[in-house]
Write a protein of this length. Structure first.
Length: 650
């Protein structure tokens, strides 16, 4: 979703449904670059169907899909509260009274329209309002609802069985179908012309079909005139400066269409987007996975638009949609997989994404992030504990890359690794030894080179697989705090221990695997890991004898030891169709007693049983970290949400 700050037109916010921009992001240059607004866990950022910016950018409203309710921020998006009164169904559409932002309308599938007159504190169900059928195309894609900007008692409400209008703030509703074809009952979108509010545009179609027809009303919905039929569109966007120009946000074939004759004919206008030249798809079926995105005009620059393109990012045009360019620098819809904290300056940290998001860096304890590299699929990042300007990262595209200036510039150093005998090796993890300067381990899968070690700070690497029966080696390596020459790794068979800095290994078949997290303050030191008993079953586990024996825990599977306090450990589970809802928990006694944490909205995190075989190995123990700052912050790399931030300590 995209929203403009009406008091500061250069300021744009992006966020929403893991489509184009996951989380909440801010741009102060009309969408050219973006800064992450990492929020607390009260905002389920993976499930936002609509949001609005009011009161000069200080107040945010966010409507939650999938029964996640309504969220309010009164401090510019820093912290959020949840309004439980509106959570009786999936909130799909939201409309704000432009003359009084305390008045809010929500379209709730299976329930009707609910209204608040106190900024979302309390809600009233408008009992006479029509009800959108849960699961219908209207319910899944948009749930359109709009307030007339001049007569704010008038609200337009699109359902799966027609358009309805109220002129008394929702007390009564009247069907508006004069001139609309009898089959066009599924309302895809309603758009009020802000320059001439009596002009309204409507997308309507047969329920369940991708094809819609465009209608126009010049008398506030009393009657309708068909403009164009058989359109591939989800949203209609009138040009605010030219009444003859109308844009459509596409649903299946193209991202954008444009009409220069008042909506009577349209041509694809998405040059520069991934959908340009598209000819696929089928007009006979509809994939109910949306909403797919949105498009907004930029008040600060006539002829300029921003578009959140589902699964591709944010695109911008400055020439009235003749061409588009990627404009999502700094945003993320990426599969988060790895994090690294600068041990010398814990407020500095790095984040890596697997599906082309690249590498991000924060110098303010994860509040804001800058994109250092875009387009790389990153599997791990590690910071040298003896010189934090030295950073190593692994990508699927290049292999091993290095930076000697804190991530500002990077160099491909894959030539320092031995060539894989079988195809392409995927680097699953990079580990700097915390006690021995210059000692680095690089773990790989698929290439036949297994575990690699450098004793000269990364200038050269050699294979150290003696004792291992598999060359598919997990990226996590645990160092015994009581004896730094003793190491523990996970490989494709189980776990292995080395007593000689990794030169030789003793392997044990086991269901224990990555990620590892070591509590160095407990006595004896405790290792936390994942116990994956099957492809679809995983939990947390711990060992107090450095991997010889393990105890299964009741939570997990992802655990991280608190670096500041002995026996303090945090756990996060993964939300997917097999494991069910995610759970966050904290234990003060090494996993004996657990207390629940408010961690709704995590999405798919780190270990995803049933996913790619090497995903768990690639998590490296660094997809879940605690920054030892004040306050302490828990960071979670999320497969579906990119990155989430939780303040957990004093």
């Amino acid at each position: 979703m995209l929203a403009e700050n009406p008091s500061s037109p250069n300021t744009i916010y992006a966020g929403g449904f893991n489509q184009g921009a996951s989380g909440l992001w801010k741009s102060v240059d009309t969408g050219s670059t973006w800064t992450a607004m990492i929020t607390n866990s009260a905002l389920d950022i993976s499930q936002i169907s609509d949001f609005a910016v009011v009161n000069g950018g200080q107040v945010f409203y966010a409507a939650g899909k999938n029964n996640t309710g309504f969220y309010i921020s009164l401090d510019g998006g820093t912290t959020w509260t949840t309004s439980q009164a509106a959570t009786s169904g999936a909130v799909g559409g939201m409309a704000i009274d432009p003359q009084n932002y305390a008045t809010i309308y929500l379209s709730v599938a299976g329930v009707g329209v609910v209204k608040s007159i106190d900024s979302g504190t309390t809600w009233t169900l408008l009992s006479s309002s029509p009800v959108i059928t849960a699961g219908s195309a209207t319910a899944v894609l948009h749930n359109p609802i709009e307030v007339d900007p001049t007569n704010t008692s008038t609200v337009y409400y699109g359902t799966d069985h027609g358009l309805y209008i109220t002129t008394d703030g929702g007390s009564t509703w009247t069907s508006s179908s004069n001139g609309i074809a009898s089959g066009d009952v599924g309302i895809r979108d309603v758009a009020v012309d802000q320059a001439a509010p009596s002009n309204i545009f409507l997308l309507a179609g047969i329920s369940g079909s991708t094809v819609v027809d465009l209608y126009e009303s010049t008398n506030a919905g009393s009657s309708w005139t068909p403009l164009a039929t058989g359109l591939d569109a989800e949203r209609v966007v009138p040009d605010p400066n030219n009444a003859s120009v109308i844009y459509l946000y596409g649903l299946q074939f193209h991202a954008a269409y444009k009409s220069t004759d008042g909506g009577h004919s349209f041509a694809a206008s998405d040059a520069g987007t991934p959908t340009a030249g598209s000819s696929g798809g089928s007009s006979g079926s509809l994939s109910l996975t949306g909403p797919t995105g949105t498009m907004i005009p930029l008040a600060a620059s006539p002829g300029s638009f921003l578009m959140a393109l589902g699964g591709a990012g944010i695109y911008k045009t400055v020439n009235a949609a003749q061409s588009w360019s990627y404009s999502g620098e700094g945003t993320s819809e990426w599969n988060g997989i790895t994090l690294a904290v600068d041990p010398e300056t814990p407020t500095t940290m790095y984040f890596g994404a697997l599906n082309g998001g690249g590498i991000f860096k924060s110098t303010d304890n994860g509040v804001t992030w800058a994109n250092l590299r875009n387009g790389d699929s990153v599997t791990d990042i590690a910071v040298d504990p003896f010189d934090s300007t030295d950073v190593l990262a692994a990508t699927l595209e290049e292999g091993l890359i290095a930076s000697h200036d804190g991530g500002n510039t990077w160099k491909d150093v894959s030539s320092s690794l031995p060539p894989p005998p079988t195809g392409f090796a995927i680097i699953t993890g990079i580990n700097f030894h915390p006690k021995q300067q210059g000692l680095i381990f690089v773990a790989t899968v698929a290439g036949g080179i297994g575990l690699l070690r450098s004793t000269d700070g990364g200038s050269t690497y050699s294979e150290v697989n003696t004792g291992l029966t598999s060359t598919d080696v997990g990226g996590c390596i645990a160092v015994n705090p009581a004896n730094p020459h003793t190491l523990l790794i996970a490989d494709g068979v189980g776990i292995a221990i080395s007593e000689d800095d990794g030169s030789t290994w003793s392997e044990t078949k086991s269901t224990i695997t990555c990620p590892f997290s070591v509590d160095t303050k407990s006595n004896p030191p405790t290792i936390y890991a994942v116990e994956q008993t099957s492809a679809y079953s995983a939990s947390g586990a711990k060992s107090t004898d450095f991997g010889k024996t393990w105890t299964t825990l009741t939570v997990g599977p992802n655990l991280v030891a608190d670096p500041s306090t002995a026996n303090s450990v945090f756990a996060v589970s993964s939300e997917n169709y097999v494991l069910g809802p995610n759970i966050g928990a904290w234990s003060p006694d090494a996993g004996v007693t657990w207390y629940s944490l408010l961690t709704s909205g995590l999405g798919w995190t780190l270990i995803d049983p049933g996913g790619y075989a090497w995903d768990g190995l690639a998590a490296s123990g660094t997809g879940l970290v605690i920054a030892p700052t004040s306050p302490q912050v828990l960071f979670v790399a999320s497969w579906s949400n990119g990155l989430l931030r939780f303040v957990v300590g004093p």
